[in-house]
Design a binder for this molecule. Sequence first.
Ligand code: ADP
Length: 472
Amino acid sequence: MRNYEKHYINGEWVESTGSETEEVINPATEEVIGTISLGTKEDLDKAVQAARDAFPSFSQTTKEERVEMLEKIAAEYENRKQDIIETITDELGSPLEVSENVHFMMGYNHFSQAAESLRKFSFVEEHDGHTRMKESIGVSGLITPWNFPTNQTSTKIASAFAAGSPVILKPAEQTPFAAIILTEIFDKVGVPKGVFNLVNGTGDVIGDGISSHPDIDFVSFTGSGATGEKIMKNASETIKKVALELGGKSPLVVLEDADVEEAAKAAVNHIATNSGQVCSAATRTLIPSSMKEEFEEAVQRVLPEFPVGDPREGNIVGPLVSEKQWNTVQSYIEKGEEEGARLLVGGTGKPEGLEKGYYVKPTVFMDVDNGMTIAQEEIFGPVMCVLTYDSIEEAIEISNDTVYGLAGYVYGKDQEELRRVASSIRAGRVKINDAEADFAAPFGGYKQSGIGREWGDFGIEEYLEVKTVLGY
Ligand code: ADP
């Protein structure tokens, strides 16, 4: 059992001022694996005060000092590798392989990339007649979701540290233990007192408290659109800058000349990775009408390469994070059937032999119309909608017919066509074929997918203010 009933404030683990606690459930076993304390507004006030007190000196540290700090964090993060992998598998249900190759790896890359980007970052720029200075924004409040316990936390913290901004982190209640490890890492490498503060708690108390706090200058949030909207409203009362990374309903456009097998594999991989609980996942696969039969066959062929089951036993698709999420996904699958989409594989209910744990059958709907609920709303589970198109113009139109704009994917061979589609998709990140991950590349959304960009130098910019000095 992991019982972490303390917060980390001003460089120390401290008792919560409240007595409420919350149990953390392993989604694969449905068993309680530990508890956290639910912080109070008083705990938050103490953390904000600690961060405020740390601001004058931390914001004045040199770039070299902060590069060194980030490098030490990355090295210690690496030392905790096994612990991070197993913790995420237990609290989120992601298979060990995914915890290692996706979750662990992303956190590591954000810290080392931030050090790299910071090394090249210019905080003072001379222009004709004026000087531009980039200075730390102040105290930042970070609110993160459960689906990537070390990715979203690490990108926000690494960028804030690079910019010289002290932070208060409130991780998701469902997956708090990875953040405890991060806190232990910061403590071990000697992050100055008050620069990093962790307050566990609910969204209604600590999340709401962060977004409305008069002494917090900036809020960076990743999570649902509904919560993002509340945060933006709350933050407006103190004219606080917000960065929001919200949902998506990203298209994967398969071009006429694409290798069908590869495209089907890529599409299935999107819904399988992290059990489809990925905001940038491709959940609408657009194929040429002429490819329909071939694509259906390819999907059925590649699906067995993504076995569902115990995340500690070499499977690729683990359970969903919670019963609540399981119910949400079930209701979307029902809705898809009601609306007339054709179920190719999967469906409602648990996969055979997996009655315990929040497992879902990977589900693929054919004959989806883009107006259907399942094509418009974010499902956050292993559910793929397949739509057909008759011309590239139509594919682009369908791709952009969504309130979201987080990501897009294009598969094919014709370079000109690939580029044309990539530049026509209204989204913050478009990937062509199997382009490699790049942690220096900005990440964020158009439209209702959010405001702002994270990762690399764009991530650092979020935690900075721009000052112009004339006559310097
Ligand atoms: P989900 O419904 O999938 O849990 P949320 O967007 O509600 O997604 O959660 C993401 C993060 O936002 C979590 O850390 C959660 O505690 C927090 N949160 C929830 N409600 C609020 C709120 N009203 N204000 C600020 N943060 C919140």
